[in-house]
Design a protein around this ligand. Structure first.
Ligand code: TXA
Ligand code: MG
Length: 336
């Protein structure tokens, strides 16, 4: 199959919607990362998404909608859920809600009695979903285990020839996957960190929000609530080593041939021009936007053997950034 390139214009959006209706798989842009779309009510189409990604069948998919009104047939939307949707949608928050009886395919939920729902902040994608007239599944459009794609080129790299089309709307803005909050637990619980922080959620809900992702809340033999979080993730083939900016001078002294560095622009300026480098911009938002692209960039460079990447302060969006980088590195940190 030849993977078609579609752009953000009405003719191409129509075509993308028609492909979804026909049961094909279409990659779509969001503000976080590119997703892999298919009609969530068509089991064969959903199965094709698992096959294209090489995704384990017990890892449920997000149902992605163009309008909150598309949800009522599938999930129970509580008052709390409504509050979060009104504040953060369209945007980087995925909400786990109870499903209505027999309303959502087992393939989408992985057999759970809950479903993850999200409305992304991208006009072209929401127009495509509205035209298709059905919610679409929306896992990140990477091969399972690889860093999520933040450009259409990344999607091509992983899935060319395996999917019908890619709707290209340029690079994504946030660069890290959405926050996942579980509203079916006794207390609202964050299952994956993202741009919508614990603090922001607490303010809107007016009650305690548990961070279910912190190390101590999960014993070694325990299964995480978000099934996807148990798999190795976001990882390039080459080793990734995290460094604290306070150790940058030591790192600079110990760099060897084949070492590449991902850091803020101002730190890179101190390196010899011969060191392969990738800019994380000037702040946390820039670092989040550019993290996955940098990991993919160095993975393709023959002359690079190891990737050093800068850690961020562990608050708000920094938690999400450090979480993804931590998984990419398998916990390896630079020390002298
Ligand atoms: O930003 C995003 O959320 C992107 C864009 C494309 O929308 N999508 C994305 O999907 O990251 P995916 O499938 O790669 O990650 C969804 C996460 C997985 O960790 C999955 O296990 C979890 O959400 N999840 C899905 N349904 C769930 C459920 N019913 N209960 C608990 N966790 C669930
Ligand atoms: Mg993913």
């Amino acid at each position: 199959m030849k993977t078609k390139d579609l752009q953000n214009n009405s003719t191409d959006i129509e075509e993308a919607a028609a492909l979804i209706q026909a049961g094909e798989v279409v990659a779509f842009p969001t503000e976080t990362v590119y997703g892999l779309g298919a009609d969530a009510t068509n089991d064969e189409a959903v199965q094709a998404v698992f096959t294209a990604k090489g995704r384990p069948a017990d890892n449920p998919l997000i149902m992605t909608v163009g309008d909150a009104s598309q949800l009522s047939a599938y999930v129970e939307v509580s008052h709390q859920a409504r509050q979060l949707m009104n504040t953060f949608w369209p945007g980087s928050l995925t909400i786990i809600l109870p499903i209505k009886e027999n309303a959502v395919s087992m393939l989408v939920t992985g057999g759970l009695q809950t479903a993850a729902v999200r409305m992304p902040d991208n006009q072209a994608t929401r127009a495509m979903i509205r035209k298709a007239g059905t919610p679409i599944v929306g896992p990140s459009a990477n091969l399972s285990g690889k860093p999520s794609p933040t450009t259409a080129a990344h999607v091509h790299h992983d899935l060319d020839g395996k999917i019908a089309a890619i709707l290209d709307d340029g690079p994504t803005q946030v660069g890290l996957e959405s926050t996942v909050i579980d509203l079916t637990a006794a207390e609202p619980t964050i299952l994956r960190t993202g741009a919508v922080s614990q603090k922001m959620l607490t303010v809107v809900l007016g009650k305690k929000v548990i961070d279910g992702t912190s190390q101590k809340s999960l014993a070694a033999n325990e299964t995480p609530k978000a099934p996807g979080m148990k798999y190795r993730h976001y990882a390039p083939d080459k080793p990734v080593i995290v460094f604290d900016p306070l150790d940058f001078n030591d790192l600079k002294e110990s760099l060897e041939d084949g070492d590449a560095v991902m850091a803020f622009e101002e730190l890179l300026a101190e390196l010899p021009k011969t060191v392969p480098s990738w800019s994380l911009g000037a702040d946390l938002a820039g670092a989040s936007e550019n993290l996955f692209a940098g990991l993919r960039y160095f993975d393709e460079k023959d002359e690079v053997n190891k990737i050093y990447a800068q850690a961020m302060p562990d608050i708000d969006l920094g938690k999400a950034y450090n979480n993804r980088l931590g998984k990419a590195s398998g916990g390896q940190r630079f020390t002298l």
